[in-house]
Design a protein around this ligand. Structure first.
Ligand code: CA
Length: 483
């Protein structure tokens, strides 16, 4: 009798728990993270494009929040994506360079990706498009927390099936036949598939299928939709380029068509979310992995330089959030937000448990967003890009940004009042500059030696020139040193 009563009581508690967890699950938002590749600051309508139109993104921007100071974790692809998915600066675990093709290397497995954290908390997780974080089986998206993967593992891909279908016969990893990385078969969860659509349309189609599947499964989802557009090769559909009769430059016109295809895709996905009743409680994030490449059609106006640079054009990117249920529309957030912030922010939204001992370099920005407060007042953040024999470096703090490129001295800019970084104020603010450089030097103490280089030559330079040359990088006494 006593046992039966205990059992009844336990059953009652279990029911309560299950009701509570169902309620919690119902509240948890879906997260649709859309990442464009090499998309410039001025390449979408909502961020000031004069020649490219992006009606679907612009509508999301109007109904949501736009960010004027959003920064990728690095000014180019691989390390930027690593920072985003691990929540840590890539320099801290040996990943400041792009992975070499088919090297068997990848982001260290002890770096638990945000996808794994969300999956463990009950999210259905998917990755679509470009990976670029390791091609060997243990680094595959399906092993890093993604239930579903459709796309390609390298750093880019051809867009039209006709341009890659003849090179490969629909198989993966043929040992004795070299297939250029950009022409490898598209894959679904490790198996080669025959794709027939233009790449951007194919990824949008898969995203639509994924959000429908998530609705049917009644599970919250995390979808990492990593379009390779508008990264090279510049290949657009004629109908998309036809939208831009006034653009005469052929690279820009093709690039515009590629961005327009992304926008078309976003429109389709938003419709699918609406039709499946998920739009109100889906956080949509749209951003880019680094700045536009100026020699490949990108435009970062009014920012200085572009992809690869530690000036603003390298890592300051367009960004919007759209979440009807929680975020009011027509808002602009003008404080700095980093790609490193997504990990803790998404984990907080999901109520997910971050693994014990996991180090994070960013912070949950939602409390700051609702209070319209600076998430990092008086807190510096860093950009470090190694080159041959020296490193380009930048340190931000509030409105200030210290920059060192090549073997020149550190410069100081007030980027709130000088967004184009054109007036060097270092001579008037020597102490402030010295303090910022010292703080960056302290940050660099926890950097590790790179685990790989994008090419043998890059590794040889690193070794021969005794990199990293911290003595050059963190020299702020105003003396010009030899390179
Ligand atoms: Ca990129």
């Amino acid at each position: 009798m006593q046992l039966a009563q205990t059992c009844k009581y336990l059953a009652f508690i279990l029911t309560l728990c299950s009701v509570a967890s169902t309620a919690m699950a119902a509240d948890r938002p879906n997260i649709l993270f859309i990442l464009a590749d090499d998309l410039g600051y001025a390449d979408v309508g909502f961020n000031g494009a004069k020649d490219i139109v992006t009606p679907n993104l612009d509508q999301l921007a109007r109904q949501g929040t736009t960010f004027t100071r959003a920064y990728a974790a690095h000014p180019f692809c691989g390390p930027s994506r690593a920072g985003l998915l691990t929540g840590r600066y890539p320099h801290h675990y040996g990943a400041p360079f792009n992975l070499p093709e088919r090297s068997g290397l990848g982001i260290p497995l002890q770096e638990v990706f945000i996808a794994q954290v969300l999956k463990d908390s009950g999210y259905l997780t998917g990755a679509l498009g470009k990976w670029h974080l390791g091609e060997a089986p243990q680094f595959h998206p399906n092993r890093r927390g993604f239930d579903e993967f459709y796309g390609f593992l390298g750093g880019g891909h051809e867009y039209f099936p006709a341009s890659y279908a003849q090179t490969n016969k629909g198989s993966l990893g043929e040992e004795f036949t070299y297939i250029p990385e950009y022409q490898l078969p598209i894959q679904h969860n490790g198996k080669a598939v025959v794709e027939t659509e233009y790449m951007t349309d194919a990824l949008s189609r898969e995203a639509v299928a994924f959000v429908k599947k998530a609705a049917d499964a009644k599970q919250p989802f995390f979808l990492y939709l990593a379009y390779n557009a508008p990264h090279t090769p510049l290949q657009a559909k004629a109908e998309d380029m036809a939208m831009f009769p006034d653009i005469k430059d052929s690279k820009r016109k093709t690039y515009a068509g590629m961005v327009y295809a992304v926008d078309r895709g976003v429109g389709r996905i938003v419709n699918a979310l609406q039709q499946s009743g998920q739009l109100d409680n889906t956080l949509i994030v749209f951003t880019s992995d680094n700045g536009g490449k100026l020699t490949a059609g990108g435009n970062n106006y009014p920012l200085r330089e572009g992809k690869g640079s530690v000036y603003e054009g390298g890592s300051r990117v367009p960004m919007l959030f759209h979440w009807p249920q929680k975020l009011p529309g027509n808002r602009r957030f003008e404080h700095p937000v980093l790609a490193l912030d997504f990990y803790p922010s998404f984990a907080a939204l999901a109520g997910a448990r971050i693994p014990q001992g996991k180090v994070l370099d960013g912070k949950n920005i939602f409390p700051y967003l609702s209070a319209n407060k600076n998430p990092r007042a008086n807190e510096p953040y860093y950009v470090l890009r190694h080159r041959h024999g020296f490193s380009d470096a930048a340190v931000h703090k509030d409105q200030w940004k210290a920059v060192k490129v090549s073997a020149t001295n550190w410069k100081l800019f007030d980027i709130e009042n000088d967004i184009s970084e054109s007036h060097d104020l270092s001579l008037e603010n020597k102490e402030l500059l010295a303090d910022m450089v010292r703080r960056m030097e302290m940050w660099s103490w926890s950097n590790t030696q790179p685990l790989w280089f994008s090419a043998t030559e890059e590794g040889a330079h690193w070794r021969l020139q005794g990199m990293p040359r911290d003595d050059l990088t963190y020299d702020h006494d105003g003396n010009q040193r030899p390179q």
